[in-house]
Design a protein around this ligand. Structure first.
Ligand code: GLU
Length: 445
């Protein structure tokens, strides 16, 4: 059986890191198994679905490198969904119910007051043909419920192990609203069947849905795919990541300067028994993916850890990998500048701020005037290289008797106007003699 997985976002908001992890785990498994990754846009909720969110989803997945092999939109598959609904009606699996939302709510409240589980009582199944006709004559439109088997549904989950859910404890799910539109469940199952999905990999918030969905696969005479439900990614404080709040959207993460590979590594490894560390590519991450490594406890999304990973990634990048982007940031200095500053970057755009230390204008801070003047006098002629710094500061030390912080701190403040920054032995040749002398004299340069 060939492996086909699907990632099925609803285009009702921006992808957040939790959705991205679902996409990632699907993608890694597909790649590992030489299978296919199907991107399905679950846009049956026509009120909330927006084309701009679909565009954003495609862009964000592209940014992460999670390419898809197959693409479909659910709204374009209405014929298949309708045909399946007709089959389920004909086989008695789908039945009309006429209760209004208010009636259902009152019934639920009564059940709760009587300490009974608020499960739909199937009153609609008891209606005679005449009673139904009467309700319809009154103008009531039915919604359609799937008749659960009220038995134990079992599957071997690739993350959770053996799972058993008794559908007697569930309400018969509504598959079609009274306005004729489908809810998520039936189109999802029909598309999973028609696209021959072999593995459904998603968050554990869908475990209960799975029991009903397995019964629908069976009612439609289809093979039931394998399931893997992993714990959700939650915020550092334990809060759910919701796309409706738009918190931690991929957009925000991307705009904060996180490199896609850093996020890829983070998403692939967080919540698994592997260490969260950098890997050279998505392919490398895929080769290490096993469901057995996915833990049962919720995974925490820790932006600080992600930033650390991002910094490490930047520090290891060769100049050629960033040359174009530095150019776009109007950062000069070529490989020598990159080599001087990369260890100081949390995000690539920080290079632009550090470039100002070289290009100027820098407003020097003169902490020790005598030292600065002596240092300016002793600055050798160009050309400068990385050895210039040690020779020069040794000469300044012997001329002034200063050493350690008393020597280096005023020099850094004079040359860069800042307390901290990249190694001066690397910056000095980039700043050059003229600007260095000017800054040591307290001139903005
Ligand atoms: N559109 C559904 C969601 O975003 C898909 C769930 C599923 O994977 O079946 O929750």
């Amino acid at each position: 059986m060939s492996t086909i997985v699907r990632f099925a976002p609803s285009p009702t908001g921006l992808l957040h890191v939790g959705n991205a992890r679902t996409a990632m785990l699907n993608w890694l498994f597909a790649r590992k198994e030489n299978g296919k990754f199907f991107l399905r846009i679950d846009d049956t909720d026509t009120e909330r679905s927006k084309p701009e969110f679909e565009t954003a989803i495609l862009e964000d997945l592209g940014w992460l490198g999670l390419t898809h092999d197959i693409f479909a939109r659910q709204v374009e598959r209405a014929d298949a969904h309708n045909a399946a609904a007709e089959r389920l009606k004909a086989s008695g699996h789908l039945y009309p119910a006429y209760e209004t939302a208010g009636e259902l709510d009152r019934r639920r409240k009564r059940q709760i007051a009587m300490h009974k589980p608020p499960v739909y009582d199937r009153a609609a199944l008891a209606l005679s043909a005449e009673e139904r006709a009467k309700l319809e004559a009154e103008g009531r439109k039915p919604h359609w419920r799937f008749k659960l088997s009220q038995s134990k549904v079992k599957w071997r989950d690739l993350v959770r192990g053996d799972v058993e859910i008794d559908t007697a404890h569930l309400s018969d799910p509504v598959l079609i609203r009274e306005d004729g539109r489908f809810l998520y469940t039936l189109p999802s199952v029909v598309d999973d069947i028609d696209f021959a999905i072999s593995h459904i990999i998603r968050g554990e918030d869908h475990v209960t849905n799975t029991a009903a969905q397995i019964e629908i696969f069976e009612a439609l005479g289809a093979k039931v795919p394998a399931f893997a439900h992993f714990p959700l990614l939650i915020g550092a404080g334990g809060e759910a990541l919701s796309k409706r709040i738009g918190s931690l959207s991929l957009r925000e993460v991307r705009e904060s300067g996180i490199e896609p590979l850093a996020l890829d590594c983070y998403l692939a490894k967080t919540g698994t028994s592997d260490t969260i560390e950098l890997k050279p590519s998505l392919g490398a991450l895929a080769s290490e993916f096993f469901f057995e490594k996915v833990g049962r406890a919720p995974a925490h999304f820790d932006p600080v850890e992600l930033s650390g990973l991002n910094a490490k990634l930047l520090h290891a990048l060769p100049y050629e990998a960033v040359a174009e982007r530095l150019k776009a940031l109007e950062v000069g200095g070529g490989p020598a500048f990159w080599d001087a500053v990369k260890a100081n970057l949390a995000k690539l755009s920080d290079a632009s701020d550090l470039w100002a230390l070289v290009a100027g204008p820098v407003i020097p801070i003169i902490e020790d005037k005598n030292l600065a003047i002596k240092a300016a006098e002793l600055l050798p002629a160009e050309p400068f290289d990385e050895a210039t710094w040690s020779g020069w500061t040794a000469a300044v030390a012997s001329a002034t008797g200063l050493k350690g912080r008393a020597l280096f701190h005023p020099l850094r403040l004079a040359l860069t106007g800042r307390e901290h920054g990249p190694e001066l032995k690397k910056l000095l040749p980039l700043i050059g003699r003229a600007k260095s002398v000017a800054r040591l004299k307290g001139e903005t340069a």
